[in-house]
Every structure is written in C-alpha cells, then in structure tokens.
Design a protein around this ligand. Structure first.
Ligand code: NAP
Length: 288
C-alpha cells in the first residue's frame, strides 16, 4: 500500500486522532502532523507526546498546507467543526472523520459544506479503548482492525481510494458500505452493548446496598462492564447521533428481557438452557 502525505491535520488529538497520527508517523506515511482543538492544554500534551508537530486552536491556520484533514472530535461537535472548515477548505484537500455513527455526520456535512461536500469522505475505525485523551493514544491501535468507509455519491474515486490507503497503511482492514447499513450494524454490535453496560452499572450503583454489591463484583461483572468506564460525552453524542437505530435494537432486546423474566417466573429450565446454549454457540463461533 502506498500512502504519503506531507502534512495531515488532525482536529481532535485524543485517543483516535492521536493514535492515527502516531500510526502514520510510525509507518513513515506522513511528513508532519498539525493538531487542532479547543484546549491548548490538550494540544500541548499531544505535542509533548510526539503526536503532533505543531498545533493551532485556529482551524484556518491548522489546515494550511494539509492535504488530509481528519475530524476526531465527539459526534455533536462535528457540524460546528465542519462549518468552520468550509470557508478554508482548498481544492485538493480531503476531509475525513472517525465518528462512530455515519448518517448524522453526513447530514452535518450536507448542511454546511455546500458544493465542497464531495471533499468529505466519511469513515469509522472499529477500534478503541475505554480511555480517552492524547495520553491514551498508541500507534498500534488500528493494526488488524476494521475501518468502515461510507463513501458519498459526490466523492471522487481517487479521494475514496486515498482515505482507504491511509487506513491500510496503518494496518487496518478497510471495507466500504452504505452509511445506513453501518449505523444499523454498529447500533447492535457497539452502541447497544455500551449503553447496556452504562445502564447496568448505574442501576447497581444506585441500589441501597451498592457498596456491598461492588465489593463482591466478580469476573462476569468486570467483563460485562469494562466499557462503562468510557467517556460519557462521547457516548452521549453517539446515543443521540444514532438514536433511531439504537431504539430499534433496544426494543428487540427488551422483548428478550421480558421473555427471560417470564422463563424465570415459570422456572422454565428448558427455555433458559436453550437460550444460553444458543448464545454460547454463537459466541464460540466468533473470532476477535
Ligand atoms: P477523545 O480522546 O476525547 O478525543 C476527542 C478530542 O476532540 C480531544 O482532543 C478534544 O480536545 C477534542 N474536542 C472535543 N470537543 C471538541 C470541540 N467541540 N471542538 C474541537 N475539538 C474538540 O475522544 P476519542 O475517543 O478520540 O473520540 C473521537 C471520535 O472518535 C468520536 O467522534 C468518537 O465517536 C470516535 N470513535 C471513538 C472510538 C473509541 O473507542 N474511543 C472508536 C471509534 C471512533 P479538547 O481538550 O480540546 O476538548
């Protein structure tokens, strides 16, 4: 795979943007990385960690001379950042993002980019941890992980190919699909589990005997709830950005929970065993 950019601008140099910057540097695929964000303290930290080589809180300044601009801010900040980007976007610059839901950021781009919409190639790396900020970034985050690109009809083939090549050169396996399909699938495989983990921990934490419950927290609790340590701003934004799809899959899950409740009430050993067996077989068939 050949990808090289003399200057990449990363807007939001936290876990994902920071890891991409480090990975591009490690692959020798970038001349320099310019950081951009709201807080000087975060950007200064990214500079100290070698994630960015320069930074500016001013978008116009930060994107100067960059041919690839990566948006790695929380979902609800995307529209504002795209709006600030529009007047300074030069021909030949590609804008891409890493947002966890795709239809909402595409709607944002459609609302503010005007006839520059074709320069925006939406993407989502299916990789992350429950940590955030530049200190959590590491170069190997995307190795062997999937990245989904959801091209727009307005994109040129060359721009899509360049975004694909960028992710391939940091070790990712790239697939293209529609934004609607992406949001439908990710609601089930990522968004629902995160919201369930947050809700379970919150529900137990508010029980009167919560101290007692958490003192005896076992491996199952730890495995199921690790992701509840994730950033609440990021997940609030994802929940809202993909609310429609999440509500559908949540509804289906609620039906299953009601069935479970009934099986417990009627002490239906066979139904419980069948449910757990089906899940065990499905889980064993998965490769991570
Ligand atoms: P993060 O570590 O918190 O980084 C977010 C960055 O955005 C920070 O540098 C923050 O810097 C900056 N920022 C926040 N609000 C901003 C605003 N309004 N304007 C400009 N900059 C702003 O978060 P992350 O985990 O990298 O997530 C970034 C994006 O990646 C999100 O859209 C998320 O959905 C997506 N994503 C996350 C994961 C994951 O597992 N974490 C996986 C795939 C995709 P300041 O100090 O300036 O606020």
């Amino acid at each position: 795979v050949s990808f090289f950019s003399a200057r990449v601008c990363v807007i939001g140099s936290g876990l994902i943007g920071g890891s991409l910057a480090l990975a591009l540097k490690k692959a020798g695929a970038v001349g320099e990385v310019v950081g951009c964000g709201r807080n000087t303290a975060t950007l200064q930290r990214a500079l100290e960690l070698g994630i960015v080589d320069h930074y500016s809180t001013d978008i116009a300044q930060a994107v100067q001379g960059a041919d690839m601009v990566v948006l790695s801010v929380p979902m609800l900040a995307m529209r504002e950042v795209l709006a600030q980007l529009e007047p300074v976007l030069q021909p030949g610059m590609i804008v891409t993002d890493v947002g966890s839901a795709k239809q909402s950021v595409i709607a944002d781009a459609q609302a503010v980019l005007g006839d520059k919409l074709g320069q925006f190639v939406p993407a989502h790396p299916i990789a992350g941890t429950e940590k955030s900020g530049p200190d959590a970034a590491f170069a190997e985050l995307f190795a062997q992980r999937r990245v989904i690109v959801t091209p727009l009809a307005e994109n040129s083939e060359a721009d899509v190919a360049r975004v694909v090549a960028m992710w391939q050169c940091v070790g990712a396996v790239v697939e293209c699909m529609s934004a609607a399909h992406h949001d439908h699938v990710l609601a089930a495989t990522s968004h629902l589990p995160h919201l369930l983990a947050f809700t379970l921990v919150d529900s137990l934490a508010r029980m009167d005997e919560s101290r007692e419950v958490f003192r005896y927290a076992a491996g199952g609790f730890r495995d199921f709830t690790r992701i509840a340590a994730s950033d609440p701003t990021m997940w609030r934004d994802i929940a809202l950005a993909n609310a429609f799809e999440i509500k559908q899959v949540l509804k289906r899950y609620q039906v299953e929970l009601e069935a479970l409740q009934r099986d417990l009430e009627s002490k239906d050993a066979q139904a419980l065993f069948d449910r757990f067996s089906r899940a065990q077989a499905a889980r064993e068939g998965l490769k991570f």
